[in-house]
Design a protein around this ligand. Structure first.
Ligand code: FHN
Length: 463
């Protein structure tokens, strides 16, 4: 009797469990349904944005790489030397598309060595690389499945350049980022017919009705390839956003599209519609991507309230030009980096490799010098914030918590550094060049007779 009762009880439990399990199954089925939750990435909290921007703000220094078919003419076509930037040669010398296409057949950069490029950047103290996945000529440096106008299909090189860089960057702990041009002088749907400034020299202009098709069927799929096939991507850096067909609405849509694929990616302000010649400085209103992009300039007072990055060339061109020898000095480049950091910005410094795949020697030399300076003084740049006060006569200031970094451009002849207005009272001062402690009087620091670094010596000060 006892056993029978046990059996009844057991079967009751089993059947109850069965019911529970099957209803659990039903519930699981429902849970399995994709949750159609749409995050609006255009409305992000300040905290969430700050977390996303953190690595980028700490990095402070990156390498811009302008590389493409324009490195082949290197500023000269059919006996004419272009007096403009190298990567614009197709436009400036009015090279017809069919003629320009011939460069692809010549593109065979046998000296390209991704690891070498990445180590040049890393040794310079740079933390990220932004390479032209596609510049205005439309030529893609990767194996794009939606295009034949790429390194794989149109050139004899037939290797995915971005893949090689992605592998090298991953190995070295450098963030890989992609520049991408919205303006496209090659894709038939993207060109304003007779647009005066692009590829025809004609005065009249007819908009391309098919631009939305280019955006949906070409630009977005290409961006998706860039976001999904090359590992961890730091930034999508748009440009060419001033084409007449492009709108702020399209920009918002592209922004949302990218972050739905990779929520953490950072996107520059040129994803929004802009005006040609304004170099990313004309963005107003509530939508301007994640950071400002002053070009070839350092804003006088930085861009208060905004994250920003100054991009600059080392000579006068972005893409390689064989006869541009107007190189900035190491002093200028190091001081530019310091100046930018003291105003709270990042420095994106450009190199334009040759058609064979080499970063020009004058660029490498300058980057080495910057790297040597950064090895001693990098702490005064990485992870710092803007100076709490206006730039002093003797140089610049950066800040990290209760530490100030005094960057001395002009070493005082009287051996005393005026610290009466550095935004705090100094309690300890150390020369970064040799870690020696310097004595502090009320309003000055006693300095050695000569500067350890003529370009910029740094004193670390606790306040
Ligand atoms: O037209 C381009 C130019 O070629 C270059 O890529 C620079 C880099 O910021 N951006 C554009 C001009 O604003």
């Amino acid at each position: 009797m006892k056993n029978k009762n046990h059996l009844i009880l057991l079967s009751l439990i089993v059947s109850l469990l069965g019911t529970a399990c099957s209803s659990k199954k039903e519930a699981t089925k429902e849970e399995d349904q994709p949750i159609m939750e749409t995050v609006n990435y255009l409305e992000e909290s300040e905290t969430a944005k700050a977390a996303r921007m953190e690595w980028w703000k700490d990095a402070r220094f990156g390498m811009f790489i302008h590389w493409g078919l324009y490195a082949i003419p290197a500023g000269e076509w059919n006996g004419t030397k272009s007096d403009n930037i190298g990567e614009w040669i197709m436009d400036h010398l009015h090279i017809p598309i069919a003629e320009y296409e011939k460069f692809a057949a010549e593109f065979d950069p046998v000296k390209f060595n991704a690891e070498q490029w990445v180590s040049i950047a890393k040794n310079a103290g740079m933390k990220y690389i932004v390479i032209t996945s596609k510049h205005h000529d439309g030529f893609a440096l990767w194996d794009s499945k939606v295009s034949e106008w790429d390194v794989m299909d149109a050139s004899p090189y037939k290797k995915d350049i971005l893949k090689a860089l992605a592998d090298a960057c991953e190995k070295e702990g450098i963030k890989l980022c992609f520049y991408h041009s919205i303006m496209d002088w090659h894709h038939p749907d993207a060109q304003s017919v007779f647009e005066p400034n692009y590829n025809t020299g004609r005065e009249d202009s007819v908009l391309s009705e098919n631009f939305p098709r280019y955006l949906e069927n070409y630009m977005k799929p290409q961006i998706k390839e860039l976001l999904t096939n090359y590992g961890d991507i730091g930034v999508i850096w748009f440009d060419g956003e001033w084409v007449p067909e492009y709108t702020t609405e399209m920009g918002k849509d592209v922004y949302q599209y990218i972050r739905e694929i990779k929520p953490d990616v950072i996107i520059n302000n040129r994803v929004d519609k802009g005006r040609q010649g304004m170099n990313g400085m004309d963005k107003e209103g509530d939508f301007a991507g994640d950071f400002g992009t002053p070009e070839q300039e350092i804003p006088e007072t930085g861009m208060p309230g905004l994250d920003w990055e100054s991009c600059m060339t080392m000579n006068d061109t972005w893409g390689y030009k064989s006869f541009d020898n107007n190189w900035k000095s190491e002093e200028t480049l190091i001081r530019n980096l310091v100046d930018i950091a003291s105003k709270g910005g990042n420095f994106l410094l450009n190199v334009g490799p040759t058609a064979e795949g080499e970063i020009p020697a004058p660029s490498v030399e300058r980057l080495q010098a910057m790297g040597e300076w950064m090895k001693v003084n990098g702490e005064s740049i990485y992870g710092t914030t803007a100076s709490p006060v206006e730039a002093p006569d003797w140089g610049r200031i950066t800040k990290k918590g209760n530490t100030l970094y005094l960057h001395i451009f002009n070493w005082p002849a009287n051996g005393k550094l005026d610290i009466s207005n550095i935004g705090g009272t100094a309690t300890k001062a150390t020369l970064m060049a040799d870690n020696s402690e310097l004595s502090i009087s009320d309003t000055s620091i006693d300095l050695p007779a000569t500067a350890p670094d003529k370009v910029c010596s740094v004193i670390k000060v606790e306040i």
